[in-house]
Structures are given as structure tokens and as C-alpha cells.
Design a protein around this ligand. Structure first.
Ligand code: SF4
Length: 308
């Protein structure tokens, strides 16, 4: 059971400034069936004007080899978005439908405060949340705060986190992180990306996890393996790396939704849009997803299966 993020510091107000875009305003409530249908149609129209993606090439090639007209064999070809407007419509529809589908989406790591979330997120690298949640009760019981963990012998921490993989490096990061919290931040987890990424074992992804979930600060979007895969399949980005993907996703979604967006994409990736065999026929995004039929029929993975 996931714990809610109580946060060890004061909750900070969110910026009301939306990222630079004249994007369609995303509804906060589920829209009516008619509105959803209209959005889907708009997505198709927007995408039809710009058939240019790897999906297009793959679909067209497959159709040609079968001696059939591309328009008959590969209907998803015409749905691939190139324009900003096309991406925006898909992003808005996806957000609204996933919110309706996963109203309880949340961080699946167990934690009670920002310190525990930093520890759990460090341990989650190349490891499932379920596995991390098996070791953190003992870790947090032995080392309840930065002061305790900073004074720990790395071998003792290694013994506790051994089953999460890369346990020596993770134990070193945990103790180093706690020592820096003690020496630089009075034992408290800082609330800026710039300060967080200076903690051992903490990169931009972990910093975004902590800010968004422990402090309610939407500074960026968490891009893990699931978010990467879904963002690409939905045609929202063709960037190869997480930083580039994050940069492209931010203007497509309201800032106040950035934290929940990651959870929604991760939940969808874990439950339906699998790396190797996405369940497109039963997916609620099927009508707007440029990869729907191709991914379902090919059963391919454009990215290697990741953790979680
Ligand atoms: S399951 Fe299929 S239709 Fe749904 S988002 Fe993934 S690739 Fe697209």
C-alpha cells in the first residue's frame, strides 16, 4: 500500500504560470462522451495533415509489401502527429482519459516524508517498486532520519538493501546523501532541483519525484522508462533521451498536472501499454494513439523493458 507524501517541509504554492504555449486548455473534469469524441476527431484531423513518423514508414512499408494500398492496410499512418496542434490534442485527450481511468494514480513507493522518499527513489533505480517496498521498512526503522543514516556504516546499509541490486553503490549513495543533508541542509531535504541534484545518488528524475510528491512542487516531469515509451508511442516526442522528452512534454500539459501525469503514464504502462505486448484493442487511447494498430500487431518494443 502506498503511503501518501506528508512532506517534511512546508508545502509550497504552485506557480500559476503555464508553460509557454497556446495550448488547448485541459479540462479538470472528465468530459462528456460527445466532447471526447470531438477531441478524438480533432486529433485525427490534426494528424492527418502531417503524416511523418517512423510509424508512417513502418506502416507504409508493410502495406506495400502486401500489395495493398497504404490507406487500407495502415490506417494509423494518417494519424501520426507532426504539428504542435496535433500533439496538443493527443496530450489533452490522453490526460483527461487517463485521469478518468486511474483516479487513484499515485507514487507506488512507500514513504512517510521527503527523507524516506529520497531513500526509496534512490533504491528504485533498476528495481521494482514492490521490491523497494520490501526493504524500506527495515531501513527506515534502523535509520529514521538523515542524522541516523549519515552515521551508518555502509556495510550495514548494504546488508539491508542487498536485494534491490547494485546494493554497494546504492548504500554509498544513501549514506552520502544523508551526510550532505546533515552538513549542508540541517538534516532537511531541500526543495529545489539545483540543490537536490547535488545529493549523491540523486539525478533530475529523482529530484522531480521528490519535489512533485513530497512537496507538491511541479518543477519538471518525471521521465522513467514507462513515460519514455508512452510519450513516444503517443507521438508526443521523438527525443531519444529523458531530458529531451521532458522538455517536449512540459508545454503540452498544464503545469499543475505534471506530477500526476507521470503517475498516469506509469500506471498505464504497467497495466496495459506494456513494452513488448501493449494491449491496444482494449486501450482507451486507441483512437488517438498513432501506434495503436502497429504496436498491437507487431508486439514490438521500441524501448527495452524497464524496471517497475
Ligand atoms: S496500448 Fe496501444 S493504443 Fe494504448 S497507448 Fe499503448 S500503443 Fe497506444
Amino acid at each position: 500500500m502506498a503511503r501518501s507524501g506528508g512532506g517534511s517541509g512546508p508545502r509550497q504554492p504552485l506557480s500559476v504560470k503555464k508553460p509557454g504555449t497556446r495550448a488547448t486548455k485541459t479540462p479538470t473534469k472528465a468530459v462528456s462522451k460527445a466532447a471526447s469524441k470531438a477531441a478524438s476527431k480533432a486529433a485525427t484531423n490534426a494528424m492527418t495533415t502531417a503524416p511523418e513518423t517512423s510509424t508512417l514508414r513502418r506502416g507504409a512499408s508493410r502495406a506495400k509489401s502486401n500489395g495493398q494500398k497504404p490507406s487500407q492496410k495502415a490506417p494509423t499512418v494518417a494519424k501520426s502527429p507532426r504539428t504542435k496542434a496535433g500533439k496538443q490534442v493527443i496530450a489533452s485527450v490522453a490526460l483527461e482519459r487517463l485521469l478518468a481511468e486511474y483516479p487513484d494514480a499515485h507514487c507506488e513507493l512507500d514513504y512517510r516524508n521527503a527523507f524516506e522518499l529520497v531513500c526509496a527513489t534512490i533504491l528504485s533505480a533498476q528495481c521494482t517498486d514492490v521490491r523497494v517496498n520490501m526493504v524500506t521498512p527495515e531501513l527506515f526503522a534502523r535509520y529514521p532520519d538523515a542524522a541516523a543514516l549519515a552515521a551508518a556504516a555502509p556495510e550495514d546499509v548494504e546488508a539491508i538493501v542487498r536485494t534491490t541490486g547494485f546494493f554497494r553503490a546504492k548504500a554509498k549513495s544513501l549514506v552520502g546523501m544523508a551526510r550532505r543533508l546533515e552538513t549542508q541542509h540541517h538534516g532537511q531535504v531541500p526543495q529545489t532541483i539545483a540543490e537536490l541534484v547535488l545529493l549523491p545518488g540523486v539525478g533530475r528524475k529523482t529530484a522531480n519525484v521528490v519535489l512533485g510528491n513530497a512537496f507538491g512542487i511541479n518543477e519538471g516531469i518525471v521521465v522513467d522508462t514507462h513515460v519514455q515509451r508512452l510519450a513516444r508511442r503517443l507521438g508526443l516526442t521523438r527525443e531519444p533521451d529523458p531530458v529531451g522528452i521532458e522538455r517536449e512534454l512540459m508545454p503540452l500539459f498544464p503545469r499543475e498536472r505534471w506530477a500526476i501525469l507521470s503517475h498516469l503514464l506509469i500506471w498505464h504502462g504497467r497495466r496495459l501499454c506494456f513494452a513488448r505486448k501493449p494491449q491496444c484493442p482494449t486501450c482507451s487511447l486507441r483512437d488517438v494513439c498513432p501506434s495503436a494498430d502497429i504496436e498491437a500487431s507487431a508486439g514490438s518494443a521500441d524501448l527495452p523493458a524497464g524496471h517497475g
